[in-house]
Design a protein around this ligand. Structure first.
Ligand code: F6R
Length: 244
C-alpha cells in the first residue's frame, strides 16, 4: 500500500486528476471506477477544467460508478447519476453508452446487480478504481458487518451514512433512501489498480484502521490491504492518526 500525503485537499485533487488524465492518455480505452460524495468534488472540478476544448479524448473511456440509491429514478436530483452528470459527465465528451451505472429504479434489483457485474466483466474489468471512504470505514456502500457481499448487491444503509448524504435530500436524513445498490468487495478488489482518497479529520480513524489495523469486515476498507496495487491519498486531517 502506498500512502501519499498532500498539504491540502486542492493539492490532492490536482495530483489525482493528473494521474487519471495521464492514465487516459496512456490507455484511451481505460475502464474507470468512480465514487460520488464530497471528497471527489475537487477531482471532478479538475477533470472538467482540464478536459475542456477536447484536450482529453474521453470517447473510448468506460466508467462504472460504485453505487446508487435504491428506488430513485436516475433523473432524481438526489441520485448519484444526477451528481455525476452535473459534476463530470455533462462537461466531457463521453458517449452515454460508455457510462455504466446501477439503476436504482430497476424493477428487479437483484437482476440489475447481476447485469452490472456482467457489464463490468464484459468491459474487461476495471483498470483504475477510485474510492472514497466513510467515517465508519465503508467503501462503496459496503457497510461494516459480520459478513460482506462479494458481488454487486442491495445494501441497507446505516443511519450515519444516510445522515452524511442528507444534503442531497434537502438536509433531511430521513428522506435519504434506506437502501442502495453497490458494487461488492470482489467487484472492487478485482480492479487492476485502486486509489482511495480521504480528507478531513473525521476520516482519520477509518484511515488508520485501513492502513495499520487488522483486516476485518468491521472496517470494509481494511480488505484493501490484500490488493497488490493500492494508493491511499490523504490530507493532513485524514492522516492525523497515522504513525510516521
Ligand atoms: C459514494 C461512495 C461512498 C463515499 C463515502 C465517502 O459513491 O462510494 O463510499 O465514498 O461515503 O463520502 P464523502 O466523500 O462524502 O465523505
Amino acid at each position: 500500500m502506498i500512502i501519499e500525503r498532500f498539504e491540502d485537499e486542492d493539492a490532492l485533487s490536482a495530483a489525482l486528476a493528473t494521474f487519471v488524465l495521464e492514465s487516459i492518455v496512456k490507455n484511451p480505452a481505460l475502464v474507470l471506477g468512480l465514487p460520488t460524495g464530497r471528497t471527489p468534488l475537487g477531482l471532478y472540478r479538475e477533470l472538467r477544467e482540464r478536459s475542456g476544448g477536447n484536450r482529453i479524448d474521453w470517447s473510448e473511456v468506460r466508467t462504472f460508478n460504485l453505487d446508487e440509491f435504491a428506488g430513485l429514478d436516475p433523473s432524481h436530483a438526489g441520485s448519484y447519476r444526477s451528481y455525476m452528470q452535473a459534476e463530470l459527465f455533462e462537461h466531457i465528451a463521453i458517449p452515454d453508452s460508455r457510462i455504466g451505472f446501477l439503476n436504482g429504479a430497476a424493477q428487479d434489483l437483484a437482476e440489475e446487480c447481476r447485469r452490472y457485474d456482467d457489464a463490468i466483466e464484459q468491459a474487461g474489468g476495471i483498470d483504475l478504481q477510485l474510492l472514497g471512504i466513510g467515517a465508519n470505514g465503508h467503501i462503496g456502500f459496503n457497510e461494516p458487518a459480520s459478513g460482506l457481499c462479494a458481488q454487486s448487491h442491495v445494501a441497507e444503509l446505516e443511519r450515519a451514512t444516510r445522515e452524511a448524504n442528507a444534503d442531497r435530500f434537502g438536509g433531511d436524513w430521513t428522506a435519504v433512501p434506506e437502501r442502495a445498490l453497490s458494487m461488492g468487495m470482489a467487484t472492487i478488489l478485482h480492479a487492476r489498480a485502486i486509489v482511495l482518497i480521504a480528507t478531513g479529520s473525521e476520516k482519520a480513524a477509518a484511515v488508520k484502521g485501513l492502513v495499520e489495523g487488522m483486516i476485518t469486515t468491521a472496517l470494509p476498507a481494511s480488505l484493501l490491504q490484500v490488493h497488490p496495487r493500492v494508493t491511499i491519498m490523504v490530507d493532513p486531517g485524514a492522516a492525523g492518526l497515522l504513525s510516521d
